[in-house]
Design a protein around this ligand. Structure first.
Ligand SMILES: C[S@@+](CC[C@H](N)C(=O)[O-])C[C@H]1O[C@@H](n2cnc3c(N)ncnc32)[C@H](O)[C@@H]1O
Length: 223
């Protein structure tokens, strides 16, 4: 059976330990469900069990799911600026939610953007938003588990996921070549020291946010 863990992206900030229900799931034989309506849909929408590694009481959960919480628009802007996106880039948002990062990249810089999300509701929403904003010719959204996507072709990868899943993305992120950039909202990637950290207070939620930047390749950057 494939196990599912839900991780909340909030509250961000120093000292916060992500709430990983994996422990409960593993202890409980992986029968627990994520705790939100949309997330519950993931149970039926997830990749077929055969394409996921099998979880056991000893293994980490095969599928990590992060709840949808949108990055404030001004933080999105800062992420794209920090990555120095140009029209020649291909921006890839892993866990794209409502598509706001993809849409901002396409509208502001005229670049192509591809997003992946496991939740079919988010996928549909992101596609509709891209259409409404007139950038559906530049924006592609696919329903996939981020842990199994091929990042070849992406020159900028954006993340607002969580420490656990970010660390598990390292094998895919390590394949990004020279010139590519990774920007993550609020969460680091394993023990990779970022090349730049920007702290800002969003006008939308009046909370502090961090934007981390890594220049690729990231292999060999670990502390
Ligand atoms: C915190 S939200 C970030 C949304 C968007 N990137 C943003 O910054 O506004 C995380 C998103 O990732 C999606 N997600 C969570 N786990 C996933 C997984 N394993 N594979 C693909 N998408 C996932 C959720 O459905 C949600 O839309």
């Amino acid at each position: 059976m494939t196990c599912v863990a839900t991780i909340r992206p909030f509250p961000p900030g120093p000292g916060w330990v992500p709430l990983i229900l994996a422990a409960g799931l593993l202890a409980g034989g992986c029968n627990s469900k994520p705790d939100r309506g949309a997330a519950a849909d993931i149970q039926s929408a997830r990749a077929p069990a055969s394409s996921e590694p099998q979880g056991t009481a000893q293994d980490p959960p095969a599928l990590v799911f992060i709840e949808f919480v949108a990055t404030p628009h001004d933080v999105v802007d800062r992420m794209l600026k920090t990555a120095k996106v140009t029209k020649h880039d291909v921006v890839c948002d892993l866990g794209c939610g409502d598509g706001r990062i993809l849409i901002a990249a396409a509208k502001r810089y005229g670049c192509r953007a591809i997003g992946y999300d496991l939740d079919p509701i988010r996928v549909e929403e992101a596609r509709e938003n891209a259409k409404r904003e007139g950038v559906s010719h530049l924006v592609t959204v696919e329903q996939k588990n981020v842990l199994s996507v091929d990042l070849e072709g992406a020159s900028v990868v954006t993340l607002y996921m969580g420490t656990e899943i970010n660390a598990r993305l390292i094998p895919q992120l390590s394949r990004l070549g020279p010139g590519a950039r990774i920007v993550s909202h609020d969460f680091g990637i394993g023990n990779l020291p970022p090349d730049r950290t920007v702290t800002m207070t969003s006008r939308e939620d009046r909370r502090p946010h961090r934007v981390y930047l890594w220049r690729c390749p990231i292999s060999g950057k670990s502390e």
